[in-house]
Design a protein around this ligand. Structure first.
Ligand code: PHE
Length: 344
């Protein structure tokens, strides 16, 4: 038995000295010290030996086990260190070099404008809702008092998905106003909601037109809502975004789904109202259309116009950073040129 232990010892240490991969150390451990390993087997068989031999062999076997365990730790450490040194040499890792800069991302200027606009209305108690970009003719036009053949359809060059003449035609929404109908139809009153989202128009692109752009729609329906509430809300919004000093113009306009309809313009930031290319030499930049929700529209959504009134507004989002930063071409937002986007 003792001789056997000696043999195991020699074999084990010999083999271990030849192990030169960290991964192989484990196989060696299993072979000698594992549950079915050579040393373990001897320790297990002690019980069958006469008492005097049992003591002797037991002590020897335990000593061997301990020796092998220590050798294993040593070998593993040695291999790991060698491995590290070799890879360091091979890759010439200079740990004193400064790290490579990790480029930090940023939000798109339109995303930031959307958050800012929604933030102002959230503070006034409006909830933020979203709706489908592929819309039915009914929501985009019919329910908003724009039946087929109504001249106002010309205001919205439409990208149709189905033929316009089919009874239930789908289209890419030309504004976010269809969400007015979807919200009112639900019948939860009173309403204070804003809807940020994309809209589409079938137009040639130029410095101020894109076929895809963002709008934010607003809708408030309640008892006793008046034009003064609309004006107050929109003036407060303009002051938050453009500062208290900036002049704001509020005047009549026409949209089939509101009565009366208004338009809000802000003093041109680029020329301070003097007139320049950006504002078409008028000194003013229109940023939104609005008005009191037309009684027919309320009625169509199951709301009694004798009891409830409401206001709605819709603004172009790109206009706002264009005004702010003097950007003179809307197409820059969607060209994905990092040199442009990095500036914000
Ligand atoms: N939807 C209109 C547009 O895109 C704007 C608008 C919204 C006007 C709500 C009045 C009320 O031009």
């Amino acid at each position: 038995m003792l001789r056997q232990l000696d043999e195991i010892r020699l074999d084990a240490l010999n083999e271990l000295a030849q192990v030169d991969e960290v991964e192989e150390v484990e196989a060696w451990r299993v072979r000698y010290l594992g549950k079915k390993g050579n040393v373990t087997r001897i320790l297990r068989s002690l019980a069958s030996l006469p008492l005097d031999q049992r003591k002797l062999v037991g002590a020897q076997a335990n000593a061997l086990k301990e020796e092998l365990q220590l050798s294993l730790v040593d070998r593993r450490k040695f291999l790991e260190e060698t491995h590290l040194r070799l890879t360091a040499d091979r890759r010439r890792l200079d740990i004193t070099l400064p790290g490579r800069p990790v480029p930090v991302g940023r939000f798109h200027p339109i995303t930031r404008s959307l958050e800012e606009i929604c933030g102002v209305f959230k503070n006034m108690g409006f909830q933020v809702l979203e709706g489908p970009q592929v819309e039915w003719d009914y929501y985009n036009f019919e329910a908003l008092n724009i039946p087929r053949d109504h001249p106002a359809r010309d205001m919205f060059a439409t990208l149709w998905i189905d033929s316009e003449t089919s009874g239930k035609a789908r289209l890419l929404r030309t504004h976010t106003s269809p969400m007015q109908i979807r919200i009112m139809e639900k019948g939860c009153l009173p309403i204070r909601a804003i809807v940020p989202g994309r809209a589409y128009r079938y137009e040639a692109t130029d410095a101020t037109h894109e076929s895809m752009f963002y709008q934010v729609e607003g809708l408030a329906v309640d008892k006793d809502i008046t034009l003064a509430d609309l004006k107050g809300t929109l003036f407060e919004f303009c002051h938050c975004l453009f500062g208290k000093e900036r002049k704001i113009r509020f005047r009549c306009d026409y949209f089939p789904f509101v009565e009366p309809g208004v338009e809000v313009a802000v003093e041109c930031l680029s020329c301070g109202g003097e007139g320049c290319r950006l504002c078409g030499h008028s000194g003013w930049l229109e940023i939104l259309g609005a008005g009191m929700v037309h009684p027919d529209v309320l009625q169509r959504c199951g709301i009694d116009p004798e009891e409830y009134t409401g206001f709605a507004f819709g603004m172009g989002v790109e206009r706002i950073p264009m005004l702010r930063y003097g950007i003179d071409d809307i197409r820059l937002f969607y060209a994905n040129d990092l040199r442009f986007l990095k500036q914000f």
